[in-house]
Design a protein around this ligand. Structure first.
Ligand code: BDR
Ligand code: CA
Length: 311
């Protein structure tokens, strides 16, 4: 199985992504690292533990990481995710403890310990933990198999500013470090995740699964959908973060291009923009597989099959 570390800011769609990963034998989740993003770190790290407990995986190490971006103030998204970050169902406080040690140290130590090229990083929140690890321990960069992230947008442009997607916007300096690192990147952008919209039938099928994770997914996606319905008039909740996990399991469900992507850190109106050279007009070397299309039906069938195997 592919060894991964999921770096996350749960988040309802983060929660579904984590459940998909834990239900997938193709993946060996070495641990979760929490970062500040959708809500402050004290909530994201507790939510990560709640999700592990829901999945019956209180054995997994959950490390708390950076509580603010590399530069500037934290921007959060309670308007999308609710005050808890996981609004939609009531979950008890976690009983499993946080793992000892900072998330950045866990990332560094794991990459130094495991075979070079055997660990994939899957950031589905702002890139602060990953970039901090790369800065603090440059020796680990060449040991990373790949970074498979949710973030950015090109055709769909922005969801937090007109130009920027949330995860990149929260910490553009961190994103710039990761995109310039030379590590192979897969980018699940809004262009692809806005095609991964839940349907009513799928949500109801989740709700009627005879386990606890299925109804949890239904409750989360119902809550999450409300924002996109009011804001964009779209029907269904975009399952952003699960796209990153699904690409690892079934890459053939996705289409994209190997292109150059630069992060705007200075623009007056465009800070946090992923400047994606989709039409290859710059001559700059490709640094990312930028995803744009997904086989929606197959994606949701995969999610259904896997969530059904959980407690
Ligand atoms: C991303 O931002 C967060 O709100 C979601 O969890 C996802 O990672 C989408 O822009
Ligand atoms: Ca997220």
């Amino acid at each position: 199985a592919q060894k991964i570390i999921i770096d996350t800011d749960p988040g309802q769609d983060d929660a579904v992504a984590i459940l998909l990963a834990l239900a997938s034998p193709e993946l060996d989740v070495l641990g979760l690292t929490a970062v500040a993003g959708n809500v402050p770190l004290s909530l994201t790290e507790a939510n990560a533990r709640r999700i592990c407990e829901l999945a019956g995986r209180s054995d997994l190490p959950v490390h708390a990481g950076c509580d603010r971006p590399m530069a500037g103030d934290l921007v959060t998204a309670e308007h999308v995710h609710g005050q808890t970050g996981l609004d939609g169902i009531a979950l008890p406080d976690p009983t499993m403890p946080l793992a000892d040690g900072h998330a950045v140290d866990f990332i560094i130590d794991t990459l130094r310990r495991e075979e070079p090229g055997s660990v994939t990083l899957v950031p589905i929140g702002p890139l602060t933990n990953i970039a901090t690890a790369f800065e603090r321990a440059p020796d680990i960069v060449s040991r990373v198999a790949r970074v498979v992230l949710m973030g950015g947008a090109y055709f769909e442009v922005g969801n937090i500013t007109p130009a920027a997607e949330f995860n990149i916007y929260v910490d553009p300096e961190a994103a710039a470090i990761v995109f310039a690192s030379g590590v192979p990147l897969t980018v699940a952008s809004l262009d692809v995740t806005h095609r991964a919209l839940t349907s009513r039938e799928w949500v109801e099928a989740m709700r009627s699964l005879p386990n606890r994770c299925g109804p949890a997914v239904a409750g989360w996606t119902d809550f999450f959908e409300r924002y996109d319905r009011e804001k964009y008039g779209s029907l269904g909740a975009p399952l952003h973060d699960p796209c990153a996990i699904a690409w690892l399991i079934r890459p053939e469900l996705f289409e994209g291009r190997e292109i150059n992507v630069e992060i705007e850190t200075e623009g007056r109106f465009t800070r946090g923009m992923t400047v994606a050279d989709w039409w290859r007009v710059t001559g700059r070397d490709a640094n990312a597989l930028f995803l744009r299309e997904v086989d929606r039906d197959a994606l949701f069938a995969l999610l259904s099959d896997r969530i059904a195997t959980l407690p």
